[in-house]
Design a binder for this molecule. Structure first.
Ligand code: AMP
Length: 216
């Protein structure tokens, strides 16, 4: 069993690679972005506050996301956890370390997915996902085989994210550089950081990640 963090800016391919690990290794994906998108549809006051912050491209507060993760960790995962989009701040990283320690577990690897800004803009602006199974598509590089129908599950529920626009993306990138990129140094110092070229083909990135996980 391995626990792994996928670390990288928006559009680096974290969600795509997390889905592969779920399919290939039976791991459990914990995406705080997905959990928050679910929470915002709940119609509660918290959901509405979260929606505003997300649509601007800013980070929601540490307490909220740490609470969400703590709940999911308590449910356990035989194949291990993939942390996708969490932690995004140093306090979140400390909290994750504490939560895992309490379960007598640790982190086996922190995969840093390296991609340059120009590629991120192109990736994020063409992106859409299946609302039912979470499969990720792209207008230019990976369209569905049949227009409007998910290749993976046949659903017609294909969605674009409200925060995948130029303004919100700029803010999301700045949030990443200011608050999340310090985690690169944090995990490097712990000897857990493993960089991967996120610009390579999806299969090549998957193979690089598999190699790291098999060593850990
Ligand atoms: P993502 O789907 O990972 O790109 O996340 C979408 C949005 O959800 C982010 O731009 C933030 O507003 C919020 N979010 C997701 N994960 C976190 C986190 N760990 N900490 C704070 N905000 C988060």
């Amino acid at each position: 069993m391995v626990n792994v963090i996928l670390l990288g800016p928006p559009g680096a391919g974290k969600g795509t690679q997390a889905k592969r690990l779920v399919d290939e290794r039976g791991m459990v994906q914990l995406s705080t972005g997905d959990m928050l998108r679910e929470a915002r549809t709940s119609g509660t006051a918290m959901g509405r506050r979260v929606a505003e912050v997300m649509d601007r491209g800013e980070l929601v507060t540490d307490d909220i996301v740490i609470g969400l993760i703590a709940e999911k960790l308590a449910q356990g995962a035989k194949g291990g956890f993939i942390f996708d989009g969490f932690p995004r701040t140093l306090p979140q990283a400390d909290a994750l370390g504490d939560l895992l320690e309490k379960m007598d577990q640790g982190l086996d690897a922190v995969i840093e997915m390296q991609v340059d800004d120009a590629a991120l803009v192109a990736r994020v602006s063409g992106r859409y996902t299946c609302g039912q199974c979470g499969e990720v598509y792209h207008d230019q590089t990976r369209p569905t085989k049949v227009d409007g129908v998910c290749d993976a599950c046949g659903s017609h529920d294909l969605r674009r994210r409200a925060d995948d626009n130029a303004d919100a993306l700029r803010t999301r990138l700045m949030e990443y550089y200011k608050k999340t990129s310090p985690l690169i140094g944090y995990y490097y110092a712990k000897g857990q950081l493993a960089p991967v070229d996120g610009l390579a083909e999806i299969d090549a990135v998957g193979a690089a990640i598999a190699k790291i996980l098999d060593k850990s």
